[in-house]
Structure formats: C-alpha cells, structure tokens
Design a protein around this ligand. Structure first.
Ligand code: SF4
Ligand code: SF4
Length: 361
C-alpha cells in the first residue's frame, strides 16, 4: 500500500466493470456474466466522462477495466488510450478466451495498458478448465500470459480460494513464477452472484492457508496480495509480534477500493453491491469521498460484533463484502475469521461454510 495516499480522499484501485458480457459461463461468476451486452451499459461517452472524473482523484489514478470480459466491448482500446492520455494508469482483466489474440494484446499495449490480470484457478488444465467450465481455457490463458509478456505488458495472476481450488494453490504458486507474473492476487471467495454455488473453506482452513501464503510471499520473486481476506494482515502481524499492530495495512471495500458497475452504480467493491449513487447522476469522486456508505466503511469504530471490539480492527477490519453477503450488513463481523478477541462474549457470526447466507437474491 502506498502510505502517501489518503484513502479517505482517493481509492488506490478503481474498478470499472465495462460489461457483464463474457463468452465463458463459469459456474461461480460474481458478475453473473452472460453472452450479450446489457442495453443499459455505460456508453463510450459516459465511460469517458467517468475516466475524466477518475482523473480528479489525482495523477496516476489506477483504473482496472473489468467484466464480464472487457474485450466484449469494441471501444476498449479507445478507452485505454483515452485514460492513458489523461494521466490514468489503465489496467485490464480480460477473460481467458480465443478473443484475447496477440493482435488485441498488441493494440492494448500500444494504447498504454500497464498490466493485464488473468485468472488461473488450477495448476493443470483439467482442474482449471473444470472450474471455469470450458475446455481449453487453461491453454488460452497461459498463451495470453506469454503473449502479454512478449508485448511488454506485466501480468498478474488472480486465483479464487474455495474448497474446490484450495489444494491447487502450491501448484499455481509455481505456475505464477514460471509465467513471470509480477503479482499473485489470491481472492478468498465471497458468496455473491453465481459464487454462491462454490463452497467456502472453513475459518480454520483459511487461517492455515494464510500462514502458508505468508511463507510463500516471503520467498516468492513476485508480490502476493489477498483480496477479501484482510485478516491476512492480522496473521502476518501476529507472526511479527515485535512489529505491533499500528496502522491499517491495506485496502478494503470502500477504503482504498471502489467499483463502478456496467450500468454506472458506485459500489464499495464488486462483492459488496450496495450503491452509493450512479455515475450518470453523481460523480464517482463525491460518492467515494462523501457518501454515508463509503464513510462508514472507512470508520473502524463503526464496525459491529467481534470486529467492532477487535484490537486488530484498524489493521484488519474484516471483509466488509463477506459481512454483507452473509449478514446483509456491511458493518457486521466477517465469518471467515476464527479469531475472537479476549473478553468478547457477544454473538458470533454464522459461518459461511455452514450456510450462513442471508442476502436476498
Ligand atoms: S471468465 Fe470471468 S466474467 Fe467470464 S463467466 Fe468466468 S468469472 Fe464470469
Ligand atoms: S475479528 Fe474482525 S477485525 Fe479482528 S481479526 Fe477477525 S476479521 Fe479482523
């Protein structure tokens, strides 16, 4: 995390879900992706206005073009070029499909794309393709990763951690190294969208996975970051007891992180679909800085349950997305964390691996 950025004023990461269209149909898709574009997607002109607003956060604002598959929009290279020209750092998370050709990767590189993130959810083709529901996706993803490197575009690998993938992690770690990725982003499942079909790992298993990740990250030639698992920071800090728990160490939904949906809704994250306004009527800057929702998510003292009294709440705070998905309240406790603060005798969150899912469909 860049300590010079005041996350109450500016997100480190602004994700724009360009479209929900995607040629894949992963069973677990957060975006509930479908083959065709939604008629109410932000237009090219509305998207460019959003990019101008993003620039108001400051020079070098990071923008992630996400989906669905952002390559399903034929203005994607134009949008990368437009953002780059205006001083934004534009990155992209395309789906591993045939449409990710070397020509398109070259066009994105020429338009100034700074990084390409690709999903790998198995260490071998059979495991990844079964998870993605598409034979050939693993081979296409690896080919795209190599093409991106050849075009001079740094790559990031994203992996979902759930019961179906957790045993693949050591093999994926080796693959991330072989591919020469700069970052491995490990996402701890939040059961939203079609992600409800997957099985979360238990809090105890997640603790062991985080211990393993802390070891892996110490030795790896690439960065390791967790998503929707801020208690990873507690695990790391508990291992380094001499460092103490002094400050917030990362970004979480609404605090350093914001998401604009394909129809323009501003959410704290793609996994926390509560809206702070629509960019057709509100500036993303105002929604991020001043909405009650975003402000409450940045206030560790507003948290409820065991997270609200936890001595780690300023460095961790729990996954607000998982709290929302399981309790319907973004300020409730995170059920993935097994830690119970000393002296806390209030109610404990219902564990997601035991069916604690209460958000309406
Ligand atoms: S590739 Fe991504 S956007 Fe497409 S269906 Fe799978 S999870 Fe959803
Ligand atoms: S109880 Fe909440 S704030 Fe404390 S470590 Fe667990 S998730 Fe983080």
């Amino acid at each position: 995390m860049n300590p010079n950025i005041d996350t109450s004023r500016r997100p480190l990461v602004l994700i724009w879900e360009l479209t929900r269209a995607c040629d894949l149909a992963c069973e677990h898709c957060r975006a509930d992706a479908r083959p065709n574009r939604h008629p109410d997607e932000l237009t090219t002109a509305e998207g460019k206005r959003l990019l101008r607003q993003a620039r108001e956060f400051g020079e070098g604002q990071l923008v992630v073009l996400s989906g669905g598959d952002p390559l399903k929009r034929d203005d994607v290279v134009d949008l990368v070029d437009y953002g780059t020209e205006r001083g934004l750092r534009m990155t992209i998370t395309p789906s591993g499909t045939d449409s990710l050709t070397p020509d398109r990767i070259d066009a994105l590189a020429r338009a100034g794309i700074r990084r390409m993130a690709l999903s790998v959810d198995g260490a071998i083709a059979a495991a990844h393709d079964a998870f993605r529901g598409e034979t050939g996706s693993f081979a296409q993803t690896l080919r795209a990763a190599r093409d991106a490197r050849a075009a001079g575009v740094p790559i990031q690998i994203n992996t979902t951690v759930c019961a179906e993938t957790v045993d693949e992690l050591p093999g994926i770690r080796d693959l991330v190294e072989d591919l020469g990725a700069v970052l491995w982003s490990v996402f701890f499942l939040v059961p939203v969208g079609r992600g409800r079909v997957l099985e979360p790992i238990s809090p105890e298993r997640s603790e062991r996975v985080m211990e393993w990740l802390a070891d892996a990250s110490a030795e790896a030639p690439f960065g390791v970051k967790t998503t929707e698992a801020p208690h990873y920071r507690r695990v790391v800090l508990q291992r380094r007891a001499d460092e103490g728990i002094r400050r917030r160490g990362g970004i979480t939904a609404g605090d350093g992180f914001a998401f604009v949906s394909h129809t323009g809704e501003v959410y704290p994250s793609g996994f926390l679909p509560a809206s702070a306004g629509n960019v057709r009527e509100t500036s993303v800057v105002d929604a991020y800085r001043d909405s009650e929702l975003f402000r409450s998510l940045r206030d560790p003292d507003a948290l409820r349950g065991k997270c609200g009294v936890c001595p780690c709440r300023r460095v961790c705070g729990g996954s607000r997305s998982r709290a929302y998905a399981t309790a319907g309240d973004p300020l409730a406790s995170d059920p993935l964390c097994p830690y119970v603060p000393d002296g806390y005798d209030g109610p404990l969150p219902r564990r997601a691996d035991e069916g604690g899912l209460r958000v309406p469909e």
